[in-house]
Design a binder for this molecule. Structure first.
Ligand code: AMP
Length: 279
């Protein structure tokens, strides 16, 4: 496995693989890799001949008041995880290599303005831009995204359709800690008291899922129950709890099609997201 820093080196490697008739999978990440990322890489390794992992904390998806500077980074540990998962190449560029005075950005209406888009208005434009660039740099056959960031997965699927990228988008299930907390690079921000408090999110979503499985179809009833469960935790401050159509991200009154039940909660200063999808 190699680590490269330039677009030129990635393109050269991929061109050679394609000349040999090999298929290529891409796993876009911001690094500080954990078991969640590893599950994406392992799936990509199973389904493709070669796998590129991009490892880049993308500045354009962070607002000035967000955690770009403090976002955790550890390329040596990331390299070890990628190697053990069977990746072929890590693309670890710096911001100049990726943006070089760029004036062009990819934006999307509607589904980027709801859920996380309400509190993070520039976030998905940054995500669409960097993922488009990675798609053009790597030209993969398939790209792998986690359902942990369900809105992002929905946005990427829509972008691929709208802009005619010839790439298959593969969604992968959420990987959790033994106690239920969804794995996230941002979990490292939590002190021990906050780590305990953070469990309210998966606990409340589990409750919501049980209520739906038990036959409740009224989304307001389910959202209220989830909200009440989270509000039992004094350290938690809710950003949103919503049940939406998993394709359009429009709010639903009743659970009668594939739904995404998503929540974002601040635990102290750390903003955590989690969700469940019901087909
Ligand atoms: P990030 O490095 O946080 O930008 O995440 C890179 C990719 O890994 C995204 O597609 C995420 O959805 C995915 N991912 C992050 N955490 C998890 C998790 N706990 N389970 C599954 N996928 C995840």
């Amino acid at each position: 496995m190699r680590i490269v820093k330039t677009i030129y080196e990635v393109r050269k490697a991929v061109k050679e693989w394609k000349r040999e008739g090999l298929t290529v999978g891409l796993v876009p990440t911001m690094g500080y890799l954990h078991e969640g990322h590893k599950s994406l890489i392992e799936r990509a390794v199973r389904e493709n001949d070669r796998v590129v992992v991009s490892d880049f904390v993308n500045p354009t998806q962070f607002a000035p008041n967000e955690d770009f500077e403090s976002y955790p980074r550890d390329i040596d540990a990331d390299a070890a995880l990628c190697e053990s998962a069977g990746a072929s190449l890590i693309f670890n560029p710096n911001a100049e290599e990726m943006y070089d005075n760029a004036l062009t950005f990819v934006d999307m209406n509607k589904i980027t303005k709801v859920l996380c888009g309400k509190t993070r208005p520039i976030h998905f434009s940054g995500v669409c831009t960097v993922v488009s660039k990675l798609f053009n740099i790597v030209a993969p056959d398939r790209a792998y995204f986690g359902e942990k960031d369900a809105q992002q997965l929905c946005v990427i699927r829509k972008m691929v359709k709208d802009l005619n990228f010839d790439i298959e988008i593969v969604g992968c299930p959420i990987i959790r800690e033994a106690d239920g907390l969804a794995k996230s690079s941002r979990n490292t921000y939590l002190n021990s008291e906050e780590r305990e408090a953070a469990l309210c999110l998966s606990r409340a979503l589990n409750l919501g899922r049980k209520i739906i499985t038990g036959g409740e179809t009224n989304t307001e009833t389910v959202v209220k129950a989830i909200t009440a469960e989270i509000e039992k935790e004094p350290l938690a401050k809710i950003d949103y709890v919503e049940i939406v159509d998993f394709n359009t991200l429009e709010r639903l009154d009743s659970v009668n099609k594939p739904v995404l039940c998503a929540a974002a909660v601040y635990i102290g200063k750390t903003r955590l997201i989690d969700n469940f999808i019901m087909e």
